[in-house]
Design a protein around this ligand. Structure first.
Ligand SMILES: Nc1nc2c(ncn2[C@@H]2O[C@H](COP(=O)(O)OP(=O)(O)OP(=O)(O)O)[C@@H](O)[C@H]2O)c(=O)[nH]1
Ligand SMILES: [Mg+2]
Length: 334
């Protein structure tokens, strides 16, 4: 085979060889196929890769059919914090760097594609609450982990990353949009479920132009706007230089549509101002009671509220709508 194989190709080949499962094999074969120089001398090799990819796909399919029960790989990350935000995008767009910059998680960050192979969560602080961010493997024409659909559908917000440091960034981002728009899991300016087709879901998405510190980043953003028409809210950041990150952090929290509420025990003088609960806008004190403990809904007798809309310690019923920063003392029947 010709000597002009890229380091990415060689790394993929090495990983392919060490793959423990057919799924891993497929992953690396696809990287190899994407990375192999497309010229006459490599035609035979390309054909071989294609055949292997198709064989491994068959193998995976056969294994799934054989063990119907636990066939599909299930990847679950329990929800935590004020909301869950999934970071997606093409390879090398800086998804893992974003997680690393916003949280204490330590994902692998590296200047080649397919660094991330497993989703990784981290908690992003926003004032006195935290928001769960999940870093994911890249989405490419040949590669989209099946669990990604569930992640996207279940997320409160998706951050779609675009690599402004590379000419391929636009195409790669567009590819993510194209792939998802062919499925029932789609990205949109706001989350919704389709009224006619209940299986079709839209998840609120921010388009994040990353690496704006790189030369020509602005030109690439302009080009993206010329070539692609999306109506997502847009952010320009450098995840390494921390440019635009505080604005994004605020917008992420605001997008969750939650309010902070503090609780006070009837037996204590002072409320717990350390750890607020977060509730959806429109939630009532009865909803809050249910969040604290499922038994509290049954036993709920009333509450007192200290807040901006009511006098200190005002007695309220279960239907009182919580406002940002309220302090609530819940009373229970014995
Ligand atoms: N200049 C610059 N480089 C960045 C920025 N963000 C990420 N990078 C670099 O881009 C490369 C890829 O970053 P990752 O976070 O690993 O990218 P990824 O999207 O997680 O990549 P995969 O896991 O392979 O899909 C790394 O070398 C990062 O240091 C940025 O804002 N500016
Ligand atoms: Mg990564």
């Amino acid at each position: 085979m010709a000597a002009n194989l890229t380091p990415q190709y060689l790394r993929a080949e090495e990983n392919y060889r060490r793959s423990a499962t057919p799924e891993e094999e497929l992953k690396w074969l696809q990287v190899m196929f994407a990375e192999i120089p497309k010229h006459k001398a490599s035609e035979k090799m390309q054909m071989m890769l294609k055949t292997k990819i198709s064989d491994v796909k068959k193998e995976i399919e056969a294994a799934r059919t054989a063990s119907k029960k636990g066939g599909a790989k299930s990847v679950k990350i329990p929800r935590q914090g004020a909301g869950t935000v999934v970071i997606i995008g093409g390879p090398n767009s800086g998804k893992s760097q974003l997680l690393a910059s916003f949280t204490k998680a330590k994902p692998e960050v590296a200047p080649y594609p397919f660094t991330t192979l497993q989703p990784m969560p981290g908690m992003m602080p926003w004032n006195d609450v935290t928001v769960q961010l999940i870093d994911t493997p890249p989405i490419t024409p040949d590669y989209l982990e099946p669990y990604m659909y569930g992640f996207i559908r279940a997320a409160d917000l998706v951050l779609l990353m675009l690599d402004c440091g590379d000419d391929d960034g636009i195409e790669q981002c567009d590819e993510v949009l194209r792939r998802l728009s062919a499925t029932k899991t789609r990205l949109a300016r706001n989350s919704s479920l389709d009224e006619e087709d209940v299986g079709l879901s839209f998840t609120k998405t921010f388009l994040v132009f990353n690496k704006i510190d790189m030369p020509d980043a602005e030109e690439r953003i302009n080009l993206f706007h010329e070539l692609c028409s999306t109506d997502f809210e847009e952010f320009r950041i450098s995840a390494t230089e921390m440019t635009g990150m505080e604005e994004l952090r605020d917008a992420i929290y605001q997008a969750l549509g939650v309010l902070r509420v503090y609780t006070k025990s009837p037996t204590k003088k002072e409320p717990d101002m350390e750890k607020p609960f977060t509730v959806r806008k429109g939630d009532t004190v009865l909803d809050l009671a249910g969040l604290i403990h499922k038994d509290y809904v049954e036993k709920f007798a009333g509450a007192r509220v200290w807040g901006s809309a009511v006098h200190d310690g005002t007695p309220v019923k279960g239907d009182y709508e919580i406002r940002e920063g309220d302090i609530v003392e819940i009373h229970l029947n014995n």
